[in-house]
Design a protein around this ligand. Sequence first.
Ligand code: NAP
Length: 290
Amino acid sequence: MSATVIDGKALAAEVRSRIGTEVAALREEHGIQPGLAAVIVGEDPASQVYVGMKHRASETAGMRSEQHVLPADTSQEALEALVAQLNADDAVDGILVQLPLPDHLDPRPVQELIDPAKDVDALNPYTAGRLAVGDPTFLSCTPYGVLEILEHAGVDTAGADIVVVGRSNLVGRPLSVMLTLKGRDATVTLAHSRTRDLGEVCRRADVLVAAVGRIGLITADMVRPGATVIDVGTNRAADGSLVGDVVFDEVAEVAGAITPVPGGVGPMTVTMLLQNTLEAARERRGLPRR
Ligand code: NAP
């Protein structure tokens, strides 16, 4: 293997430890304990695992974490009433409504209701709009994690050709915008299922980000030698193991640096949720973010 394997787990541990130190200082100097409220509707097992991870991570960092578990038949009105109550609760700095919601619930009005000052999951269209006009408030957690990984890996994004494959509102689209902001200054191509000749597009990339959800999509012949490859994909293989979108073994022979799955982007997603909650707690009380 020629590529450097980027250790997202180690980076996440480093960032979480720094966040823990900042949370302790906030409590000591200002008597503030950042609080994260997670809302989960129904019993989707994956959602329960994700919310559990976020809960443990925020408590480990010294934050206050509350979980609101609503029954699967909760009405739209009841869910929105809970969000309104969390908006009004001064002890809550960040609100996250775990997706997917059961089919009878519409996530959009719920996301639009979250106070933008507490929108640590960055799914309120207001938050996305602020990013789109180049004046972001909170960065959505997975793309924010990718930015941290690139910075940690010493990748200079200024003027770099970056190809992001996948245009979801959760990952690909916000990441493409973040990379083009002043200060990051990348030249970004946002590819998707209608992209003609994906291989040719990907081979132009100095940095290639795969955020699709298709096992085996990115093969070695699609990667420019020496490129940095970030694999956001999280897929369950037939044998039950977690795999990304990138064929790791063969791409690692061509790439300059690569993130593994698991242990790459995943641990950074929860970490950046903590970072956003810390930033929300500071900003809501008139303290500078960092
Ligand atoms: P999504 O909403 O399903 O979006 C997938 C995107 O991939 C769409 O834009 C789709 O294009 C595009 N696509 C589908 N097939 C393609 C193909 N053959 N060639 C090129 N593009 C194609 O998924 P998502 O929520 O963004 O998640 C993407 C992956 O990231 C999933 O595996 C998910 O589990 C993972 N994920 C990981 C984390 C983490 O923390 N590590 C967080 C979030 C998501 P169209 O728009 O044209 O349909």
